[in-house]
Ligand binder design. Structure first.
Ligand code: NAD
Ligand code: SER
Length: 316
């Protein structure tokens, strides 16, 4: 019987992935944790505990108490917020992963999931159809921590046989929980502002292309890589994954088709330089070939669902 620990369950991904994992493994077998209070549906549907992943002792006790066999480690400081406090962000992003990997070694855990990001790439990386293997010189603290994390994931696999699996998520778009301080957050905020005010001031330029993915596809990709047979996982750092690529101008045009009164203006801030250092689109053929990555949402379908769901949420 697998027993899962989700660290960072209250965030944009954790709030949706935890529920899906509970549907799959049973409510009592998925222990949700975060440094802050989780949404009601997580607290009410199964075990939830406040846990700081940097507290090694409590983390170990939690793993023992619940007889945990797998960890989904989602806690991190994202790109925009990390630039505001680089050293602290490095500590949280890096030390938390080392705590989890050491625990995996000590307690012989069966699998670890840890998300990387398109932020592992930098200004010297080819930006269109960015390959799995290419130049990687990230220039943000978040990107540096994700690239180092990928190296650690592969290191623990090669040296100790720890079955760690990682995805380089692109910008994730969802309506349940607001985005957590990243550069791609504009593509979530735009829907809230469209519904509230019929207008949005974007912190990126009109023609800034970035790779993105709708949350349903991201959760499916996460579960698919974790359920795949170990021999199918040929890449032990993290896999490129992507769904769609678009610019603020293109997503605004799609919103306007459903909401003609919507307008957008542009006021780029410090996140423009981060976006300009990241890929515009991603080659995820390794993930497709090795364990069957498949996306179902394009820009049109995603825009329709986001507008409907954000409207329902804001109108109660
Ligand atoms: P988020 O900021 O929404 O959620 C992170 C959660 O971790 C928060 O609930 C936060 O309270 C928790 N947390 C922070 N510090 C903690 C600590 N010390 N102990 C325990 N919990 C702590 O982030 P997210 O968007 O859900 O991202 C989850 C993971 O996916 C991160 O590793 C992130 O880098 C990665 N990722 C996300 C995206 C995206 O677009 N959302 C893209 C690429 C990669
Ligand atoms: N969405 C994330 C960010 O912008 C990418 O990892 O930080």
């Amino acid at each position: 019987m697998e027993k899962l620990l989700v660290i960072g369950c209250a965030g944009q991904i954790g709030s949706e992935l935890t529920i899906e994992l509970r549907n799959l493994y049973g409510n009592e077998n998925v222990i949700a944790t975060d440094i802050k209070q989780a949404p009601d549906d997580i607290v009410e549907s199964g075990p939830f505990e406040i846990l700081d992943v940097l507290d090694e002792k409590k983390l170990g006790e939690t793993v023992d108490r619940y007889k945990i066999t797998q960890i989904y480690h989602l806690a991190a400081i994202l790109s925009g917020n990390a630039e505001k406090n680089p050293v602290k962000s490095w500590e949280i992003n890096m030390q938390s992963l080392l705590n989890v990997m050491e625990l995996a070694k000590e307690k012989k855990l069966s699998k670890i999931f840890w998300p990387s990001s398109i932020a592992v790439f930098g200004p010297s990386t080819p930006r269109v159809d960015t390959p799995q293997y290419t130049v990687m010189e990230p220039n943000t603290v978040y990107g540096i921590s994700k690239l180092a994390g990928e190296r650690w994931l592969e290191y623990y696999f090669n040296k100790y046989g720890i079955d760690g699996r990682g995805l380089r998520y692109p910008g994730l778009i969802s309506y349940k929980t607001e985005a957590g301080g990243g550069t791609t957050d504009y593509a979530v905020e735009i829907f809230y502002e469209a519904v509230k005010n019929s207008s949005y001031e974007c912190f990126l330029d009109a023609n800034t292309y970035l790779p993105m993915m709708f949350m349903e596809d991201a959760v499916k990709a996460t579960i698919d890589i974790m359920e795949a047979d170990a021999e199918k996982i040929n890449i032990r750092s993290s896999y490129n994954v992507a769904g769609i690529s678009f610019s603020p101008k293109e997503i605004a045009a799609e919103i306007k088709k459903l909401m003609p009164e919507f307008s957008i203006s542009y006021k780029p801030d410090f996140r423009q330089a981060i976006a300009d250092s990241w890929p515009q689109s991603i080659d995820d053929s390794h993930a497709r070939k090795d364990w069957g990555l498949r996306n179902t949402y394009d820009l049109k379908r995603m825009t329709k669902v986001m507008l409907e769901e954000v409207s329902k949420k804001l109108k109660g």
